[in-house]
Design a protein around this ligand. Structure first.
Ligand code: ATP
Ligand code: MG
Length: 178
């Protein structure tokens, strides 16, 4: 049973830009440049039949291509000890539309609904015992982060495999936007 999620992968130029801001926080585990992505929906472990149904359903999703830029930084959870650092997006409207279309597909298939509200972000780092002052300095320093805008031409069904304390991702299938 593969561990699956649905994501938008970032173009090189955007990943390169984000890689440049990754630093300066002791205790941060920075996400590898080639793994930077925006999760549309985490699926978790699905049986083969359900995974195939999801892939088929996703192939039927139609949405026009749209432009996106990565902008600003923040942390999760919003209150309390920060556990991750992320970059936001400049116009989440088309992302929400895509997320809703995907959610409708999943409901039809019977995948349990997402209990969390969709909050589009690109995880930059996981934190452990990061000094609060350094986290705040990072947030301040990169508050005006703005990458090149890019056209989202597809999204992907991804699998995630855990190996020796880290994870690796694989594109299982791409779904072009129209
Ligand atoms: P690891 O958890 O081993 O450090 P990872 O976080 O890179 O690895 P996954 O946990 O498989 O890999 O997560 C894949 C994607 O799904 C990531 O974007 C992650 O933030 C997101 N994700 C993981 N678990 C959940 C969850 N319970 N709810 C929402 N999104 C999740
Ligand atoms: Mg994880």
């Amino acid at each position: 049973m593969p561990r699956l999620f649905i994501a938008i992968n970032l173009p090189e130029v955007v990943a390169d830009h984000l890689a440049l801001v990754q630093g300066g926080v002791p205790g941060a585990r920075w996400e590898a440049r080639d793994k930077l992505h925006l999760t549309l929906r985490f699926l978790g472990e699905l049986d083969g039949g359900t995974a195939r149904a999801v892939a088929e359903g996703l192939a039927a999703v139609t949405q026009p291509r749209f432009e996106l830029g990565v902008r600003g930084v923040g942390h999760f959870p919003p209150r309390g000890e920060p556990r991750s650092l992320w970059a936001g997006v400049d116009d989440p409207t088309p992302l929400h539309a895509l997320h809703d279309r995907i959610e409708r597909v999943l409901i039809r298939i019977g995948v349990p609904a997402d209990t969390r509200k969709f909050a589009p972000h690109v995880t930059l780092a996981r934190l452990r015992d990061a000094p609060r002052g350094r986290v705040l300095a990072f947030l301040e320093h990169h508050a005006l982060l703005e990458t090149a805008r890019f056209e989202v031409v597809d999204f992907a069904l991804m699998s995630s495999v855990r190996t020796a304390g880290s994870s690796s991702y694989r594109v299982e299938q791409r779904f072009p936007l129209t």
